[in-house]
Design a protein around this ligand. Structure first.
Ligand SMILES: [Zn+2]
Length: 307
């Protein structure tokens, strides 16, 4: 039994609600699934410098224990992964060049697997390839040098090049297809530097050997703020930070890479220095904390470098 008032109200509500319900139903039915999405650049500031990470690529890779933790058994790998809420079936890989505008030069660190994706992200970020004044190569693996040229032509037409002398010498004459195809043709335009050398004002090379023979990280510093472009000194935010001693397939000298990892993580945790990791989860910017267990924890950047 309902009162006349209630009936009328119900009727009114029903009439009013009907078109909306119909619209909602049809919108629900017609919106397509769009797939995963993320922006392809992120800009922060380090003092007065503008530092932009560029997402040149991302993809899942199966069976990550074949890459990380080569010196630990499956049970250990699985339990460390489970504690961090990570799948052991696949890991998502990210490829993240960085571009720094120090006010006088636009300096690109590493170039991605190919020129196209990095240039696309660079353009999303508001720059053109022609504006890049210098390209700094941290080390000479394909995912870092692949974008130096596109169809045999330098991708960054106006750029000079800078890389570590030890790295360049280690790869030259080894019949490495990537080096011969990408780096060697630019040798005359390339400046070599050593630990402590400076590719541009406010930026200093830091020897971080091990991943490759002459792998370099770079300290960016302005107005009392520091950020390290860490490249591949640590390649996973859990497996390489919680256990820097875990061996990584891509580290050419595993013992040296582990020692470098430990030294850099220790320094970053002590100094609370922000770092960009080429393979850290997008947008690749974070901090390092001691986890009290002899290892380290990754703390993703939130807004520290926005203020
Ligand atoms: Zn890499």
């Amino acid at each position: 039994m309902s009162s006349p008032m209630l009936s009328r109200r119900t009727a009114l509500l029903g009439a009013a609600a009907l078109p909306m319900a119909a619209a909602a139903t049809s919108a629900n039915a017609s919106a397509p699934m769009l797939g995963l999405a993320q922006e392809n650049f992120r800009r922060v500031k380090v003092g007065n410098f503008e530092v932009t990470t560029l997402l040149a690529g991302t993809r899942p890779v199966e069976d990550p224990h074949k890459i990380f933790g080569l010196n630990v058994d499956a049970e250990t790998f699985n339990s460390v992964s489970a504690a961090a809420g990570l799948s052991t079936a696949a890991a998502q890989f990210f490829f993240t060049p960085t571009v720094v505008n120090n006010g006088s030069e636009l300096v690109l660190f590493d170039t991605g697997l190919s020129g196209a994706a990095t240039v696309q992200a660079l353009e999303s970020a508001g720059y053109t390839a022609d504006q890049v004044d210098k390209v700094v190569i941290t080390h000479m693996h394909g995912d870092h040098i692949g974008g130096l040229s596109t169809d045999g032509t330098p991708t960054y037409a106006n750029a000079a090049y800078v890389t570590g002398a030890v790295e360049f010498d280690a790869w030259s004459g080894t019949d490495n297809e990537n080096f011969d195809g990408k780096v060697a043709p630019l040798a005359e335009k390339t400046t070599m530097l050593d630990d402590g050398g400076s590719p541009a004002s406010g930026i200093t090379a830091m020897a971080a050997f091990g991943h490759t023979p002459g792998h370099m990280a770079y300290m960016v510093e302005d107005s009392g703020t520091q950020l390290i472009i860490g490249a591949d000194f640590a390649n996973h935010y859990v497996w390489s930070l919680a256990h820097p001693e875990w061996e990584v397939r891509f580290d050419m000298d595993k013992a040296a890479a582990a020692a470098t990892r430990k030294r850099m993580l220790d320094m970053m945790a002590a100094d609370r220095t922000a770092f960009i990791g080429y393979h850290m989860p997008w947008p690749g910017i974070g901090y390092v904390e001691k986890n009290g267990d002899g290892g380290y924890r990754y703390a993703a950047h939130s807004y520290q470098l926005m203020l």
